[in-house]
Design a protein around this ligand. Structure first.
Ligand SMILES: C[S@@+](CC[C@H](N)C(=O)[O-])C[C@H]1O[C@@H](n2cnc3c(N)ncnc32)[C@H](O)[C@@H]1O
Length: 267
């Protein structure tokens, strides 16, 4: 199935890229943890799903060297174009336009690792009642393309966390245009079940605090408003976020209480 063109989704993902490119340090803790767990090595081939602005892509590509490769998938062609246009140093990055049947066009046992951050929940859409079909298919494909003993590393929002409550609270076209945020999230039980069903072993799952970090309240307003492509004011986006996420100051920095699960599994 090809991704359906929905009016306004181009703008949604453009603003997602703008927020991450303009404020690259905000999500540094979630990125650092994803990198630590992925532990990219010189010469490895790593498939990444959910390119965005290349937030994880470029960091991985710097580590695998010229004998390695990052193969990154996204259903939004504009994200792939953005990464190709910004790959000025010729890092080993291949971009692939993904269909939403989640057939990853790679042969069996061809990658060392699959790494993905903040993306898996997008593979199902509760407004279309897809259940866990998209995520189940993708995880089976991750297993198929991984080499024997290859590793899967997923960082994403877990059911029952403040991050989940935040996303549910912006599931409307004002706080997150154009379609809200119609996605549900995995529990540990479900994540383990989907991995075991696909054949993975040694599944580890842990919810971790990876707060978003800001220089000022104004920066938090701008970041939240832009990353969600909100149609209210930046201040309203910020006030809204504080209803579900803890907000605090430490030293001269400000924090929003973001949490992700990190899942690791082996083929
Ligand atoms: C929240 S962003 C995360 C991007 C990047 N990994 C990051 O952490 O900044 C989710 C990504 O999934 C992609 N995406 C959204 N819906 C999708 C779908 N139905 N199928 C495949 N990819 C999708 C988006 O284009 C976007 O790049």
């Amino acid at each position: 199935m090809k991704a359906q063109k929905v009016s306004g989704m181009g703008e949604r993902w453009e603003n997602y890229r703008v927020a991450n490119s303009k404020f690259p340090k905000v999500r540094i803790r979630e990125l650092t943890r994803q990198l630590e767990l992925t532990n990219p090595q010189n010469g490895e081939t790593i498939a990444e799903v959910g390119t965005g602005n290349g937030y994880l892509t470029f960091a991985l590509a710097c580590k695998v060297g010229k004998n390695g490769r990052i193969i990154t998938y996204d259903y939004q062609k504009s994200n792939l174009d953005f990464v190709n246009n910004h790959n000025k140093n010729g890092l080993p990055i291949t971009t692939i336009h993904q269909n939403i049947d989640y057939d990853f066009e790679l042969s069996n046992e061809s990658v060392d690792k699959v790494s993905s951050i903040a993306t898996l929940h997008h593979y199902d859409d509760r407004s279309n009642e897809t259940g866990t079909n998209g995520r189940e298919k993708a995880i089976k494909e991750f297993y198929r393309i991984l080499k024997k003993e290859g590793k899967l590393i997923i960082g994403d929002v877990a059911q029952g966390t403040p991050s989940q409550r935040h996303f549910d609270s912006i599931d409307n076209p004002i706080d997150c245009a154009p379609l809200g945020h119609p996605h549900d999230f995995l529990t540990e039980r479900l994540a383990r079940e989907l991995c075991s069903k696909a054949g993975f072993r040694n599944v580890k799952f842990k919810i971790e605090k990876v707060p978003w970090e800001f220089e000022s309240e104004k920066q938090a307003q701008q970041f939240l408003h832009t990353i969600h492509n909100a149609k209210c004011s930046p201040q309203e986006s910020f006030e809204h976020a504080k209803k579900t996420l803890e907000w605090w100051k430490e030293g001269n920095k400000f924090y929003l209480g973001w949490e992700l699960f990190y899942l690791m599994a082996e083929k």
